[in-house]
Design a protein around this ligand. Sequence first.
Ligand code: COA
Length: 170
Amino acid sequence: MDKYRLHFGFKRLSEQSRHRRFLHSKQELNKTELRFLTHPDGEFHVALGMVEQTLLGFGGKGIGVGRYIRLHYKPDSAEVSLTVADAYQGRGVGKLLLAYLAKVAMDDGVQRFLFYTLGDNRPTKHLLQRTGWEMDNEIEAGAITFDAQLAPSQYLTNAITAAKQSNRNK
Ligand SMILES: CC(C)(COP(=O)(O)OP(=O)(O)OC[C@H]1O[C@@H](n2cnc3c(N)ncnc32)[C@H](O)[C@@H]1OP(=O)(O)O)[C@@H](O)C(=O)NCCC(=O)NCCS
C-alpha cells in the first residue's frame, strides 16, 4: 500500500468523510498511523486499494481503501473500515471493496465483520443492510457497532460480476 497515495488521498477527503471514517474530527494522519495503515501483514491486517486508471498505466490517484484488522482476543472476528474518495462515492466502489474484502476474509477463516459507524452514516447502513448478512447491532453515544456474520452475499457477488463485465467492455 502506497504511503503517498494514502497521505494525499486522506488530504482530499471531505471533513464529513474523515469524520465518518475515524468517528471523530481528524485533520491528518501522523507518521505512525501512515506506517501502520500502509503495512498490512496480509493475515491479521488486510488492506485492498483501488486507484484511478491512467493512460500511462501508473500514477493514478487513490479512489478507495477497504481494510480489516482481526481482533487479537478473537481472531475470527475483524474490524472493517471502508473509505472512498468523495468524488467517487455513490458509484459502486464501496460495495466492490467490501465484496473483495469479504471474499478474502472468508477464504482466510474470518467469520465476523465489525463495523463502527456514526448513527447518521446512511451510505454505510444501506450498504450493510443490502449484503443480507445476519447482523447484531449495538448503539452507544451516537455510534453503532454492526457485528455481521459473514456469508456468501448475492448482492456482493453481483458487484464483482458487474465490475468484471464493465472492465471487459472497456
Ligand atoms: C460508506 C462508503 C465507503 C460507501 O462507499 P460508496 O462507494 O459511496 O458506496 P456505493 O456506491 O458502493 O453504494 C453502496 C450502496 O449504498 C447506497 N448509497 C450510497 N450513498 C448513499 C446515501 N448517501 N444514502 C443512502 N444510500 C446510499 C448505494 O445506492 C448502494 O446501494 P444499492 O446497491 O442498493 O444502490 C463511502 O460513502 C465512504 O467512504 N464514506 C466515508 C467514510 C465512511 O463512512 N466509512 C465507513 C465507516 S466503516
